[in-house]
Design a binder for this molecule. Structure first.
Ligand code: PHE
Ligand code: ZN
Length: 877
């Protein structure tokens, strides 16, 4: 189905929440599946204590019949408008039966029941979160209606040999005319957004698992035949996740089967449907020839994330969509802990903080800013944001830090016990965590209700006579249009003090010794903390581990940051000091200064040869903040200039380290043969790529020759794509052949081809646009596949600032035009890509006007979806 114009949708407000007048205790669903047309019969057992008409959601449904308690319903008793089925005179305990028809193959929005792949070979599947179930049958489509599901699927056996739904299998058999059936019963009441089915020709791999409680579980991963060999890594990740949740949180799986299915046609990353997770293939399939190291990590993380939802999301779900972060922020946090345990905690923290700064801080600083718990929305799909997910996870991390490991576990046990089988709120969460620990955590609600990134200012004063160091912390959150007055929030600041030799000093705060690292909480606009027995002026290390999602403003001297960068025993804090110093070095490049630039590059030269430093950490230390982050620190943003200056500063770093040292290191790191997938192998490849990138800035011919050789000899995707990236972004002559080779080699693998499109969309500067336009004509390009659209247009618009933000505005016009086309196919994807315009108000005047023009032209087009029009209107405001 295509998008319907819905521009005038009213806002839905948290303050207006009321419990449902009608609940559903049991749902019996029968599907007669077909590609063009599927019929859905629903028997709903309805419950109510009040005398109100029954109102069910339903969109794009062709109503075939309607009955109550087995008797066709009198036409005077029901009304069917566009989005609502209203039935009067229903009684508590009555069973409403509807039969509807839907059209899976015509569904390009990928919400509800749709076809993945071709008509001949593809399969049927559903996506219901947030409000897709109403595209399948009439139902109170809201997360606080929890019901038990019995689902029967019927279909042609040759075309749909595999029939799956959530819950436990409850029989299967043959039907006349080559058809067959399968039934599933889910004993755990659930909201309809967790419903799922899959039907088609799929292959599987299986593993037996026994839970800590002794339940035997069959784990099954399904994909199309040609990808089934790429599912083993995900199976390992699933088993690790299940074990980890038992050990870390005491949470076991609760059905006899756990199905996971991969599809190439998916709007998001993956979906935690009860007992039947559905994954974007990008986050499930993995093999060394087509999957990079970072993508391996992504698979492990998303498999874990979806599995963890079984408790944080499914057993305890959300009362309404305003509480989305209750499940998402918590589950992202749980996945972060898991990934840290499986890999390196400091590298994981670096990755997560970098993502927060790149994606969430800009969102929170512009017109799309919203609280982790928004107060209102028009289209809920637009609120699956970095703020709800990543900032939400940071808030859970602060709470966990406040309670300590044991206290947090105690609180989580209480949360699960008190809310199991319920649709909960963030108050329930904070209440349980606090009650289990005798602490009032409600002050943290302020974080959930307020948008914007708080600025934390720190000033230190050393009193030599008294041997006393006083740290004054203050906070300020800039006002936003909907929240002109921001409040102080509790900010936990983990800190240490270093002496001039880079040693951590023992801390004495309020007469108490507290080791060499402690947490102070800034719970007002301003507070001072005094440390005694400090022998000389210290260098403070603040916000260690990124203990709160704030912007730190601290008047460090470059040499102080360099000291922390070279001496802090903790990898993350080193990186953090390095990022701050790099940002100052960038300012030097802009203003012709030298102090920070020198301090940064010489500290890194020192680390470059430091024995024993982890190669992956070194790679991250050698990477300055990205162009998007650097733009955040500026007014009148000129993305072309930012790109240039960032290159200048990296070239300077390359020179200070020296071309010879870089080349020598590159050759030392070179390892022929199949890629080792262990941590050491990944670390080696990460550093090798970074060294090659730096070398390309100081010895371009050498670097391109090395990259070309690496491309040809690479046996894994990480090295192959790294080499290709250096050639393509560097405009090397060798790039053409390498691209042609890549295309030949990977033409049959959609995920590899996405990388082929994406790497070219990253060409910096003016040439990017022409390349993108040419690639749009490539037979392998289609707007209908979300991964492909994101790979080309998403990378160009959101991942290539100097390419997208052309001064002539052609990048903006291209995006706006494609969004209009995409919107008629898939409004969710159009809306998501449109967020690339966020931040346009802070561009320099010429680009700003170009962007405004493109946006207002887009806003003026008739018939935009609710999804896209909400984003465009907000961004313009
Ligand atoms: N709930 C999914 C997740 O975070 C994301 C999702 C949202 C997927 C909406 C599909 C649709 O894990
Ligand atoms: Zn999630």
């Amino acid at each position: 189905m295509s998008a319907r114009p819905e521009t005038s949708a009213a806002a839905i407000r948290l303050a207006d929440y009321t419990p449902p007048a009608w609940r559903v205790s049991d749902v019996v669903l029968e599907f007669d599946l077909g590609i063009d047309s599927s019929e859905v019969t629903a028997h709903l057992t309805l419950r109510s204590e009040v005398d109100a008409p029954l109102r069910l959601d339903g969109e794009g449904l062709e109503l075939l019949s309607i009955a109550v308690d087995g008797t066709p319903l009198d036409p005077g008793r029901w009304r069917h408008t566009d989005h609502v089925l209203e039935v009067s005179g229903m009684r508590d305990g009555s069973v409403l039966t509807t039969r509807v028809r839907v059209q899976p193959a015509a569904n390009t929005a990928l919400e509800g029941l749709y076809l993945s792949g071709s008509r001949e070979a593809g399969f049927l599947l559903t996506q219901c979160e947030a409000e897709g179930f109403r595209h399948i049958t009439f139902f109170p489509d809201r997360p606080d209606v929890l019901a038990r599901y019995t689902v029967t699927l019927r279909a042609d056996k040759a075309r749909f040999p595999v029939l799956l739904a959530g819950g436990n299998p409850d029989g299967a058999g043959e039907l006349p005319d080559g058809r067959h059936w399968a039934r599933f019963v889910d004993p755990h009441p659930k909201p309809c957004y967790l419903f799922a089915l899959v039907a088609g020709r799929l292959e599987k791999i299986e593993r037996d698992y026994v839970t800590a409680e002794g339940r035997a579980v069959k784990l099954v991963i399904w994909s199309e035949a040609n990808a089934i060999d790429s599912c083993h890594y995900a199976m390992d990740a699933l088993e690790h996740s299940m074990r980890w949740d038992e050990q870390a949180y005491g949470r076991s799986y609760d059905l006899d089967v756990f199905h996971v299915v991969a599809t190439h046609d998916f709007n998001m990353g993956a979906m935690e449907n009860k007992g039947l997770n559905i994954f974007n293939a990008k986050y499930l399939l993995a093999d060394p020839d087509t999957t990079t190291d970072d993508e391996y990590k992504g698979v492990e993380a998303v498999v874990a994330h979806e599995y963890f939802h079984n408790w944080s999301g499914n057993r305890v779900t959300c009362r309404d969509w305003f509480q989305l972060s209750l499940k998402e922020g918590l589950t992202v946090f749980r996945e972060q802990q898991f990934s840290a345990d499986m890999n390196s905690p400091s590298l994981k923290r670096i990755e997560d903080v970098a993502l927060l700064r790149r994606a969430q801080f800009p969102e929170d600083a512009g017109p799309l800013a919203h609280p982790v718990r928004p107060a209102e929305y028009r289209e809920i799909n637009n609120f699956y944001t970095a703020t709800v997910y990543e900032k939400g996870a940071e808030l859970v991390r602060m709470l966990a830090g406040r309670l300590g490991t044991e206290g947090f576990r105690r609180g989580m046990d209480r949360y699960f016990a008190d809310n199991d089988g319920r649709a909960a709120t963030l108050e329930d969460f904070l209440g349980a965590l606090g009650a289990a620990n005798g602490i009032d955590l409600m002050p943290y609600l302020a974080w959930y209700g307020q948008s914007g990134t708080p600025r934390l200012r720190a000033r230190g004063r050393y009193d030599e006579g008294a041997q006393r160091y006083t740290l004054t912390l203050s906070q300020h959150t800039p006002p936003s249009a909907s929240q002109p007055d921001k409040h102080a929030v509790p900010i936990p600041v983990k800190l240490a003090l270093f002496d001039r030799d880079g040693n951590m000093l023992p801390l004495h705060l309020d007469g108490e010794a507290c080791g060499t690292e402690t947490v102070v909480v800034l719970d007002a606009s301003e507070r001072s903390f005094t440390f005694e027995r400090i022998p000389h002026a210290p260098v403070p290390s603040l916000l260690r581990g990124f203990s709160a999602p704030v912007l730190l403003e601290c008047g460090y001297a470059p040499a102080e940051l360099a000291l922390l960068l070279t001496h802090d025993p903790d990898g993350f804090n080193r990186w953090e000091a390095g990022q701050q110093l790099a940002a100052r070095a960038f300012d030097d490049c802009r203003t012709g200064g030298a102090e920070a630039l020198d301090a940064w590059s010489s500290a890194l030269r020192q680390l470059f040869v430091e024995p024993g430093l982890d190669a992956a950490l070194l790679a991250d230390l050698l990477t300055p903040p990205g162009e998007i982050e650097l733009a955040e620190r500026q007014e009148a943003v000129d993305p072309a200039q930012i790109h240039e200056l960032r290159q200048v500063m990296q070239r300077r770093l390359g020179r200070v380290i020296g071309a010879e040292a870089l080349e020598r290191r590159y050759r030392e790191l070179y390892a022929p043969g199949p890629p080792a997938l262990d941590a050491a192998g990944k670390a080696r490849r990460r550093l090798q790529r970074r060294v090659l990138e730096l070398l390309a800035l100081v010895a371009v011919d050498t670097a391109h020759a090395l990259a070309d050789a690496q491309y040809r000899s690479a046996s894994g995707m990480t090295d192959r794509l790294a080499a290709l990236g250096v050639l393509v972004r560097g405009g090397a002559a060798e790039a053409t052949d390498a691209l042609a080779d890549f295309r030949r080699r990977h033409a049959d693998n959609p995920l590899a081809m996405d990388k082929w499109f994406a790497v070219q969309a990253q060409i910096p500067g003016e040439p990017a646009l022409g390349r993108v336009q040419a690639l749009e004509q490539d037979p392998a390009f289609t707007l209908k596949n979300p991964n492909r659209a994101r790979a080309l247009l998403g990378t160009f618009a959101s991942g290539n600032p100097s390419g997208f933000h052309r001064a002539d505005g052609a990048g903006y016009r291209l995006l706006a035009e494609r969004l209009a086309t995409l919107d008629s196919l898939n409004p969710q994807i159009a809306a998501r890509l449109a967020t690339a315009f966020n931040g346009w108000q802070r561009l320099e005047p010429v680009r700003r006007e170009m962007a405004r023009q493109a946006l207002s032209d887009l806003a003026g087009r008739p018939g935009l979806s609710r999804n896209l029009s909400e984003i465009v209107a907000s961004v313009l405001s």
